[in-house]
Design a protein around this ligand. Structure first.
Ligand SMILES: Nc1nc2c(ncn2[C@@H]2O[C@H](COP(=O)(O)OP(=O)(O)OP(=O)(O)O)[C@@H](O)[C@H]2O)c(=O)[nH]1
Ligand SMILES: [Mg+2]
Length: 683
């Protein structure tokens, strides 16, 4: 494939809820453009974009696939994203490098909250948007209803460019509102036809509204229009294209991905009114502390940004990137702006789902991939000079964890490396060893995200793991002062052990940790053994005394003791310190502390009551709620962590998938009486 200039490139992210038809639409577009000789089906696992074995198995996309087609002398880079919430990070990466998001709306299920959520994300980055109302060949679909919903939800910028001719099985054509023509697909290809009589009135009405909507954006055109001059289709498209690029006009087109109907028209619109990389505002890059606006210029110093990393069984580590500026050719050396490492791009590729095609060069604005970079991660910038950094890609933060253990010794040996590789592939996933609970935690966006990681561990890396519930890192402390004497004495023939330490313990402020004070006078405990007493106390605290959880927030003062000139040793004073602490702790009215997290829960206003009720059943302290964007309510609360381990799942069911939340550790607080604390893990 030849290199395309920026004005000939269209970078399109296909987004929408699971099952709306994104992968099928990509397949149909590829076929229609002649990039495929036969059309695959999601059901058969034979599409270009669902190329991972897990995707074929479940019939849903799990990662973003890149596929490329040529249309009217343009190159369209399609990024087919998964719709499932658990894989939302993929759409984030795709939208970060796309110039247009095509929202695929399933006409048979209508507009849903996932689409609204994606819309919000696209709007927050001013990403141009176009809507494709799909599956109009299905029973019980109504384009008008969907359109009315879209207009009500997304506002006056929603502009239908076409309406379907026929419904359900009878759907066979498109009335083009810009040109006032009908296109019939009975032969499989668009043929000029007649707008059915019964549609004429409706078509004329929407046509007029559309033209008026477009001309108001251009003063000169508006003046002419008001003078009775009807603008040409090209003029209308040009003005509309500007509105699309500015993120103020959202064309709505319609069709069927599987029949297929109007897929060619979608490609036309992408080329004709979809923005090229040149139509987008400059990105702000950072070099050192200087920020500079950057536009795509094939002759500039190259800068590329990696938005996705995949581990391919044949190619190894594959980095997907967008050329932000400059041009790149095979064997070019670039510098990773984060690490300063030199990276050689041995072979530059474009991808057709799982298949790679080598290309000689990619110019500014284009999207491609490169294999085997040494140390480049998703989000990194690689530049020709000056360590320029593109804006970071902000991926969603995990909301749910599971603990994993290797099933066998061989699995254990491979686990750390496999997890490391998987994290490189998945910018949302976090892997974390919690020493307090002795668990290795995988954190992601939900159950299916974590399940897919576990199955990938097995398939790609041959590592089998078992999962267990996440343990909560409880702690203990005392609520009052106490003193005790610890005496360690052993006489087993010959050299014995002898040490006595008297200590006083008292609570300190939460979070203050451990303080040790030495008030020993007159050498009753020789200087050199004082650290051993402290070590003994720390040991007792770490390993738990009461219920077995680590002890925190205590001041321990050693104030007296005894020693023996021959039998005393470090070991005997360590034991004495330990025994003294254990006894004093028991007398200090100990309590168990639990971690409390601060959460921010964002929900539609109508779910507020249910969400508040549920939070209070989780022992939450609600600070209040404020009105967020889009009329949502944002509730702030602190809640014991033990009550929130499965909140990601529960919130979804309470709000019908429309709620989301974020959480950070806040403080430790006493476990109230009557709340059961599980046994600590064995040490
Ligand atoms: N009748 C009909 N079925 C369609 C159409 N488009 C897609 N489908 C079917 O809808 C199902 C889901 O299609 P996909 O293309 O996998 O949907 P997707 O948006 O990629 O879904 P995710 O990958 O889960 O986000 C498949 O069974 C398709 O065959 C259409 O236009 N008409
Ligand atoms: Mg898909």
């Amino acid at each position: 494939m030849k290199a395309f200039a920026p004005d000939r490139i269209r970078n399109v992210a296909l987004v929408g809820p699971p099952g709306s038809g994104k992968t099928s639409l990509a397949e149909a577009m590829l076929f229609r453009a002649g990039a495929l000789s036969r059309v695959g089906r999601v059901e058969d696992g034979s599409t270009v974009c669902d190329h991972e074995p897990e995707e074929k198995e479940i019939g849903h996309s799990l990662t973003t696939a890149l596929a490329v087609l040529e249309w009217q002398g343009h190159k369209i880079n399609l990024l087919d994203t998964p719709g499932a919430f658990d894989f939302a990070g993929e759409a984030v990466g795709a939208m970060a490098v796309a110039d247009l998001a095509v929202f695929v709306v399933d006409a048979s299920s209508g507009l849903d909250h996932a689409t609204v959520d994606l819309w919000r994300q696209a709007a927050s980055r001013s990403l141009p948007r176009l809507l494709f109302v799909n599956k109009l060949d299905r029973e019980y679909t109504s384009f008008e209803t969907v359109l009315a919903d879209l207009q009500e939800t997304f506002g006056a910028g929603v502009a239908p460019l076409e309406i379907p001719i026929g419904v359900a099985e009878g759907f066979h054509g498109i009335a083009d509102l810009l040109t006032d023509t009908a296109w019939i697909y009975d032969s499989g290809h668009a043929e000029l036809g007649e707008i059915p009589e019964e549609m004429e009135e409706c078509e004329a009405r929407i046509h007029d509204a559309l033209v008026e909507n477009i001309v108001v954006a251009d003063d000169a055109l508006l003046e002419r229009y008001l003078d009775g001059d009807i603008p040409s289709v090209e003029e209308l498209e040009r003005v509309m294209g500007r509105g699309v690029a500015a993120g103020t006009v959202f064309p709505v087109v319609c069709g069927s991905a599987t029949i297929p109907i109007a897929v060619d028209r979608l490609c036309n619109y992408i080329v004709e009114v979809g923005p090229s990389p040149l139509d987008r505002p400059p990105v702000t890059i950072t070099v050192g502390t200087t920020e500079t606006p950057l536009t795509p210029d094939p002759d500039a110093d190259p800068l590329i940004q990696v938005f996705k990393t995949a581990v391919d069984p044949y190619l190894g580590h594959v980095s997907y990137f967008r050329v932000l500026t400059g041009s790149i050719r095979r064997d070019i050396h670039l510098t990773n702006s984060r690490t300063g490492d030199d990276e050689r791009l041995r072979a530059i590729m474009t991808l057709q789902g799982g298949d790679s095609v080598e290309v000689d060069a990619l110019l500014a604005g284009d999207i491609g991939a490169v294999a085997k970079l040494a140390a480049t991660l998703t989000g990194d910038s690689l530049s020709g000079a000056g360590r320029a950094q593109a804006p970071p890609i902000v991926f969603p933060t995990p909301v749910m964890s599971t603990a994993v253990t290797a099933r066998s010794r061989t699995d254990e040996d491979k686990l750390a490396n496999a997890l490391h590789r998987i994290v490189e592939e998945d910018p949302v996933l976090r892997v974390h060893r919690d020493e307090a609970t002795r668990q290795t935690l995988l954190s992601g966006l939900g159950e299916s995200h974590l399940r897919s990681v576990i199955s990938k561990l097995e398939r790609k890396f041959g590592v089998t793991v078992d999962t267990e519930d996440v343990r909560v890192a409880y702690r203990e402390t005392i609520t009052g002062p106490a003193t005790a004497e610890g005496k360690y004495k052993k006489q087993s023939g010959g050299h014995g052990q002898f040490g006595v330490a008297s200590i006083r313990i008292e609570p300190v402020l939460p979070g203050a940790g451990f303080e040790f004070v030495d008030e020993v006078r007159g050498g009753v405990i020789p200087r050199q053994y004082i650290p051993a007493v402290e070590a003994g106390i720390r040991d007792a605290m770490d390993h738990g005394c009461g219920s077995g959880y680590p002890v925190v927030d205590i001041r321990a003062t050693v104030f007296d003791g005894r020693h023996h000139s021959v039998d005393s040793s470090e070991m005997s004073f360590k034991m004495a310190g330990r025994l003294a602490f254990q006894e004093a702790f028991a007398k200090g009215s100990p309590v168990v502390l639990e971690p409390v997290i601060a959460v921010e829960v964002t929900v539609p206003a109508e779910c507020l009551g249910d969400v508040m009720g549920d939070l209070s059943s989780r022992r939450a302290t609600v600070q209040g709620s404020i009105l967020g964007d889009w009329g949502e309510q944002v509730v702030s609360a602190t809640v014991p962590e033990s009550e929130m381990l499965r909140y990601a799942i529960d919130l979804r069911s309470i709000t019908g998938g429309r709620g989301r939340f974020s959480a950070v550790h806040d403080h430790y607080s006493r476990v109230p009486p009557g709340v059961k604390v599980p046994e600590p893990p064995e040490r």
